[in-house]
Ligand binder design. Structure first.
Ligand code: C5P
Length: 133
C-alpha cells in the first residue's frame, strides 16, 4: 500500500504560505508547502490539520485537492490540499523560516530552483489560484 504525504496550500489575501525546510540535508533550505506524512487511520485532511498545528501552530480548515498527486519516492505519493487559516499566526517551529508569496514571487522562487522539486509540479495550479482565476 502506498504512503501518503499531504501538503497544504494555505492562501490568504492572494498570498501563499511557504515554509523553508530544515531537513533532510538534500532538501534543507528549499521552500515547500508545509505538511507531512498521513498516519494510519487519518484522513488526508486530518493529517494536514495536525501537521500545520504541530509545525506552525495554526488551526486551518481544509478544502479541495490541488493539481495531481506527485510520487516523491517509491510507494510514497504527495498530495496538495487547499487550506485556510482559522486561528493563529504561522510560526516556524520545525522550519527555518516562513514566507507569504504572491504569484510572481512564487514563480521566481521556482525558477531559481529553491522550491522542493515535487512541489514545483503544482506551480500552474497555484499560479491560477493566486491570480484568482
Ligand atoms: O515533511 P516530511 O519530511 O514529513 O515529508 C516527507 C517527504 O515528503 C519529504 O522528505 C519530501 O521528500 C516530501 N515532501 C515534499 N514536499 C512537501 C512535503 C513533503 O516533497 N511539501
Amino acid at each position: 500500500m502506498s504512503r501518503i504525504v499531504v501538503a497544504g496550500a494555505v492562501i490568504d489575501a492572494g498570498r501563499l504560505l511557504l515554509a523553508q525546510r530544515a531537513r533532510p540535508e538534500h532538501l534543507a533550505g528549499l521552500w515547500e508547502l508545509p505538511g507531512g506524512k498521513v498516519e494510519p487511520g487519518e484522513t488526508t485532511a486530518e493529517a494536514l490539520r495536525r501537521e500545520l498545528d504541530e509545525e506552525l501552530g495554526v488551526e486551518v480548515t481544509v478544502g479541495e485537492a490541488i493539481g495531481a498527486p506527485v510520487e516523491v519516492a517509491a510507494g510514497v505519493d504527495l498530495v496538495a490540499l487547499r487550506a485556510e487559516l482559522v486561528t493563529g499566526t504561522p510560526q516556524p517551529r520545525e522550519h527555518l523560516a516562513i514566507a507569504w508569496v504572491d504569484a510572481d514571487e512564487l514563480a521566481a522562487l521556482c525558477a531559481r530552483g529553491v522550491v522542493v522539486p515535487a512541489d514545483t509540479a503544482w506551480l500552474p495550479d497555484l499560479d491560477a489560484l493566486l491570480r484568482g482565476e
